[in-house]
Design a protein around this ligand. Structure first.
Ligand code: C2E
Ligand code: CA
Ligand code: CA
Ligand code: CA
Length: 275
């Protein structure tokens, strides 16, 4: 803290203003990033734990900034949400993901993350159906990942959005399960086919912690409701075995593969199908 000219104490934290500056830069540059072709979509396999086969890929956005290097979505997605740029960005991501998936075998789906703002935008469901049509991707091969936060306000918009797309064949996954409010009560109210158990649970799964019991309980309930359960962030064989023992049928994580560019996703599928 320092005393300024008028004898008032002001707190000056250089790291705080550095963060603020960076945020402002990201905000300004994100608008141009799409036009400058700095963004791309990477794909991370989601595998069947009992066969090891790839059942889906999750689309994860990447920003390769010419000066700042690779920026994490955790850094720029929140900025895009704040400025509203997520609408344009999200439409682009869905279109790219659908286009890539149209090149894959019919039984492989693509999972796309949706921000709350995208769901509440006017004509949101229509936009997604248009992207599918343009890419010639059947609706059942698209899965939308949404987090519990979206459901908290129990809005009619969210319900209608999900109902309309679900009727068209689009699937839904409840993302980051276990990180937030995790009320299971609403699960049968919405058309979720999958629950994705967050990495924070998975990392504690073989440490003899509560996570194991929780995953077991969730997967028990999931199978009752006819839902599949996906374990996220699997990094070791021990974790793979533990979540499988706890009832997860699908898994995703560095143990299998990081997110890769679309040509590599295509190669992984081709190699798998040669065997
Ligand atoms: P998420 O949806 O939970 O995505 C999973 C994140 O975990 C990804 O980080 C992925 O690379 C990472 N991950 C996967 N396996 C492992 C593992 O074994 N170990 C570890 N340590 N990490 C693993 P990423 O790509 O940095 O994305 C972070 C978050 O940013 C995502 O979390 C999602 O919330 C958001 N995001 C990413 N792409 C998009 C997008 O296209 N649209 C929207 N709205 N959000 C996105
Ligand atoms: Ca996700
Ligand atoms: Ca997740
Ligand atoms: Ca997340």
């Amino acid at each position: 803290a320092k005393v300024n000219g008028r004898n008032q104490i002001s707190f000056y934290d250089p790291s705080m203003s550095r963060n603020l500056v960076r945020r402002r830069e990201i905000e300004a540059e994100l608008r141009l990033a799409l036009q400058r072709d700095e963004l791309s979509i990477f794909f991370q396999p989601i595998v069947d734990l009992s066969t090891g086969r790839i059942r889906a890929f999750e689309a994860l956005v990447r920003w390769f900034h010419p000066v700042k290097g690779e920026l994490r979505p955790d850094e720029f997605i929140p900025v895009a949400e704040e400025t509203g740029a997520i609408i344009t960005l999200g439409n682009w991501i869905t279109a790219q993901a659908a286009r890539a998936a149209a090149q894959w075998p019919d039984d492989v789906t693509v999972a796309v993350n949706l921000s709350p703002l995208q769901i509440k935008a006017p004509g949101a469901a229509m936009g997604i159906l248009n992207a599918l049509r343009e890419a010639r991707l059947p609706a059942h091969r698209l899965e939308l990942e949404i987090t519990e936060t979206v459901l908290l306000d129990h809005s009619k918009q969210t319900e209608d959005f999900m109902a309309e797309l679900s009727a068209a064949g689009v699937r839904f996954a409840l993302d980051d399960f276990g990180t937030g409010y995790s009320s299971l009560g609403y699960l049968n109210k919405y058309p979720f086919g999958k629950i994705k158990v967050d990495r924070s649970f998975v990392s504690g799964v073989n440490a003899g912690k509560k996570s194991d019991a929780i995953i077991r309980a969730v997967s028990g309930m999931a199978s009752t409701l006819d839902m599949q359960i996906v374990a996220e962030g699997l990094e070791t064989i021990e974790q793979v075995q533990a979540v499988q023992a706890a009832g997860c049928t699908l898994g995703q994580g560095y143990y299998f593969s990081r997110a890769v560019p679309d040509y590599l996703a295509g190669m992984l599928l081709a190699r798998e199908r040669e065997r």
